[in-house]
Design a protein around this ligand. Sequence first.
Ligand code: HEM
Length: 513
Amino acid sequence: MMYAVDAIAVLVSVLWIGSWLRSRRRNGYPLPPGPKGIPIVGNVFDMPKSDIALAILNWGKKYGELIYVEIVGKPMLFLNSFNDAVELLEKRSLWYSDRPTFTMSGELMGLDWSPVIIRYDERFKTHRQFLHRHFKADVCQGYWTTQIKAARIFAQQMLEKPQDCERYARRAAAATIMMTAYGHEVAPEGDYFVDLADRAVTAGSRAGVPGAYLVDTLPWLKYIPSWFPGAKFKRDAKIWSQYSKDMLTVPYETTMKKIVDGTAHPSMMSGLIEFCTQPDGTIRDEDIISACTAVCYGAGADTTVALMMSVILALLMYPDVQTRGQEELDRVIGKSRLPTFDDRENLPYIEGMVREALRWNPVLPLTIPHRLMKDDFYNGYFIPEGTQVIANHWAILHNEVEYPDPSRFWPERWLPGGCSENSTHPAKVAFGFGRRICPGQHFATNSLFIGIATVLATVNITVAMDEHDIPIPPPTRIVNSPGVMSHPQHFDMSVAPRSLASQALLSESVRNV
Ligand code: HEM
């Protein structure tokens, strides 16, 4: 008991000294507005438990577009406007590109190898260089064939078992990413590499939910032994750290053997090994190569699945969008072949659907926190060093001025003369900002484009019927899942071939691709 009282006294003193030092550094400038909070714990009890992005959008009506909170002495700044996100995260990116320490998922679970959460230092630059080398726009053209193949298999599987659509979307994402990263052909069911990665990603997304683990707020808790009452987080982290290690090392070592014996398919990994092999035969930065290949599945699979499922939900909720998309495809490419990437520039309506997919239900409603590396002053406010700065993608992409009737999935808004023709492209928001911007964005939007075009060209999606042959109404609004990432909740649907000809074309192409 005495120890607990001492610990609380130390914590209170540290927080008080921290806040006193900060008030001296402010130079008379106020902190940005936000809910008032209470001593010591700050805004812990103000923070919304679910639909955080939406709640912060609503806070904006009271406090303005910059909203500042403190959680047990840790400052956080939410940005509800595109301009502020650009001003701070892009134009001042030299100071706004670090990440905070993620104690549970990073240190304890061992995911601190991941390029998503590494700190902003010299090694960060090598990570970005390696990822950029394999995911810049022109290089991504080299992955088109794999993406077309995955999209066609996906459409075929949707026809066979519509109720398993999400599982097949996951398989499509895994097939493209694993082939790209490791040259690995994913098995139709129960792929070993995918299962390893899924275990780690599931654990990582539980560990990464803001506020789910007290140790992220009070990092000194990491020192308590795992047998201590209430230390289940340490026991979880121990099991999960094995998953994280397996995800990083198993596919890498297996592929390395294939590279050495000459049986590997060309891939990002084989390209990086070649790039990093020194004249004496040693390979530099092997740990960074393995981190960059492993992160592709971790960062790219679930996000792509969530996007694709959002589009399919939109087709169900807005049947006229499906009809217009199909009319455009029939007019531009006809009915005797399936769409490819060469058709993209002639398909403005489908392109509008890609934009709407990124905007309507952003996969990451809030950006991953950027940590400010030095005190800053902005628009008359003081922003202390160490502040976690978070752009509210949801708020920006549902801004009624830029995107009138924002909760409607409405590709027409992007057509010439449409109400958002000149508005900010949603990709400029949904993939984050500045030096931490998503390196996989071209790969992801390519998967999305070909997925949408192929599904529209080959199948009709309609409401499902219950056991009494009564239509099951589609959801009338999008409901986000809790946590870092937003997946639409489960929904039922019926899937039928568009025509006998389209069915034959699809089966034929799946056999031949
Ligand atoms: C629909 C798909 C995707 C969405 C919406 C998405 C979105 C994001 C966002 C918002 C960030 C944080 C940016 C920031 O901090 O400002 C991010 C980071 C990242 N993404 Fe993606 N992403 C997607 C797909 C992918 C894919 C396919 C890959 C890899 C092949 C990938 C790799 C990464 C990596 C490595 C980072 C960390 C970058 C860093 O911290 O420097 N993502 N992504």
